[in-house]
Design a protein around this ligand. Structure first.
Ligand SMILES: O=C(O)CCC(=O)C(=O)O
Ligand SMILES: [Fe+2]
Length: 193
């Protein structure tokens, strides 16, 4: 099933059962064990502050990722990530050369409001987001009108954000008391050189 989420200045497609449930469970465990997770710090007002989640950045050789003064060098692709990248590429018809992995240990781990609009992603980036483990709400907010959307991201789901979505919308994963289970999210990206 594919759900077209209709919203102004956005191009969002949601595949709630992109990966079957049993396979998603196995993939959660593989990703949790095999990825080189770390809790990075960003610099806020001159002081290092731990980000409220674990991260790992994988991609083609030499691809860096920079945000809030933090630069991560891409680690080399793992077989499980290549397999998922190929599935996502087959579904979307897009090519990706990097993936940002986030591990939210519980409902206290979050990502704040942002757009994936770093210059190295180019003009209208296609971002493909895979989720595993505990379900979490994904919120979107229009930068001009303030319109809000919530998509509960299921384990095994694929959400694509394309077109002008990053230019006109921000997104976040809010803190919640409901989420007890950890969640892993992979966002596949194409970094332009
Ligand atoms: O965990 C998510 O669903 C979103 C992660 C995200 O927005 C990002 O890594 O840029
Ligand atoms: Fe994002």
């Amino acid at each position: 099933m594919i759900i077209n989420i209709t919203a102004p200045n956005a191009d969002l497609q949601y595949f709630p059962a992109f990966i079957p449930m049993a396979r998603s469970r196995l993939l959660y465990d593989e990703l949790a064990q095999q990825l080189d997770w770390s809790q990075d710090s960003i610099v806020l007002y001159g002081k290092p502050v731990l980000i409220p989640r674990l991260q790992a950045w994988y991609g083609d050789d030499g691809l860096d990722y920079t945000y809030s003064g933090l630069t991560l060098a891409a680690k080399s692709w793992l077989p499980v990530l290549i397999q998922l990248k190929q599935m996502v590429e087959a579904k979307t018809g897009e090519q990706f050369n990097a993936v940002l992995a986030n591990l939210y240990r519980d409902g206290n781990d979050t990502v704040g409001w942002h757009s994936d609009d770093e210059p190295e992603l180019g003009e209208n980036p296609v971002i493909a987001s895979l989720s595993f483990g505990g379900e979490r709400n994904f919120n979107l907010k229009h930068k001009i009108s303030g319109e809000k959307l919530t998509v509960p991201l299921k384990s095994g789901s694929l959400l694509t954000m394309a077109g002008q979505t990053q230019r006109f919308w921000q997104h976040c994963l809010p803190r919640t008391k409901k989420a007890k289970l950890p969640r892993i999210n992979l966002t596949f990206r194409q970094i332009k050189s």
